[in-house]
Design a protein around this ligand. Sequence first.
Ligand code: ADP
Ligand code: MG
Length: 478
Amino acid sequence: MKEKTAETVWKNCLKVIQDNVSPQNFTTWFEPIKALKLHDNILNIQVPSQFFYEWLEEHYIGILKKVIKKELGAEGKIEYSIVMDNGTGKTEKAVMLKVPNINTNLKNSPVNMPIDVSGGAIRNPFIIPGLKKVSVESQLNPNYSFENFVEGDCNRLARSAGFAVAQKPGGTAFNPLLLYGGVGLGKTHLAQAIGIEIKKNFPNKTVLYVQSEKFIAQFIDAIKNNNQNDFVHFYQMIDILIIDDIQYLAGKEKTQDVFFHIFNHLHQLGKQIILTSDRAPVEMQGIEQRLLSRFKWGLSADLQTPGLETRIAILEKKVYNEGIQLPKEVCEYLAYSITSNVRELEGALISLLAQSSLNKKVITLDLAKQMIDKFVKSTAREVSIDYIQKVVCDYFDLNIDLMKSKTRKREVVQARQIAMYFAKSMTKSSLATIGMHCGGKDHATVLHACRTVNNLMDTDKRFKAYIEELDKKISINN
Ligand code: ADP
Ligand code: MG
């Protein structure tokens, strides 16, 4: 039997690989590889770069594992030699990088960090000390994807800037990208969506999401353990750094200082930085001027409270993703009643689902009303003018846009007066505000409407019955 050599073994491997990958991928990823040595069932192959090696490990570990097993048996291993080209065509340095056991399934494991093979490994603050492997888990939540992020007027700029960044990290003017806005408006979701999208588009890039509190805690640990350099180096190796809620850095001068250096390093290398904050840069207190001015290098985009349509769309998406049925009227009721932010909206939906499944009750409008009443009590909830208008319009089968318009058509005028009457008795809104919502009328018109409705109730039994019925429909306590 002919003696096995590195070349013959690799040739046999290539035959199988060629049948299993596309011709283009074969040319790109396998033809440049040279078989160097074979010793003790370890096949040493030469690859042109660190990136190349990582790509193989990420995408072709399965097939490589198979062919090596076939050729060299269960004990077979691959060893990579990374030979970097310094641009003159000459090789600059050859680095041996052992993959100790190709049997470990690296497919689902994090991307390997460019390991500093010359010195000791850099400590990764995300892993327990003692673990040798330097690797980065992106810390991303797969649910926070762009697919699950509903676009609306409230977030259009931020979303599209984020999407642009995800197509070209570090390659747009949006660096850093600072997303800011109130609590529960989707900053974390959007920042993570960018990370997820980048990982999808550029699997070899190292993406890291970290909350500021964690960043601060890691830094304090690093000081304690006297390995601040490791901390800095670790962060300086990231390609896409996402830091959430940077307002927590306020007043933390040392952390700001170290972040400043990390920021400069990454920015200079064209790495992408994504930050979130609960307020605009101009309102950030306790953050050093030199950092603030850097935040302005890129783009600051704000997230605002979603409007009614977006709230409905968000609820519908969640309901769809959960695979549950929710009557349309319930969905609308939630969207009309909870206007503060998306997190509360989601919380209400979740409580409603829990209520219905625990008590084995069907989700009805009544159940939703009861639940919302408990759920949002703390914020001294009241029905909104919008909701009153909607119920009144549904009742009289009118288009809500007509009610909000200036039209003086008889049937519209009466419905509008009724809506004004309920808005006055059920909300704390001023007459002027109510008027503004109902066709841009002034406070005197609203006052007149309330009197008219009261008079009609006294004189017209049928009218009174309408009002009582509507009262029940609008009222949140029954
Ligand atoms: P923030 O970080 O601004 O406080 P989050 O990103 O944590 O807010 O958002 C709160 C919740 O609302 C999350 O569950 C998120 O998925 C959801 N959410 C926010 N905005 C949207 C949106 N536009 N589409 C879908 N879900 C959203
Ligand atoms: Mg957040």
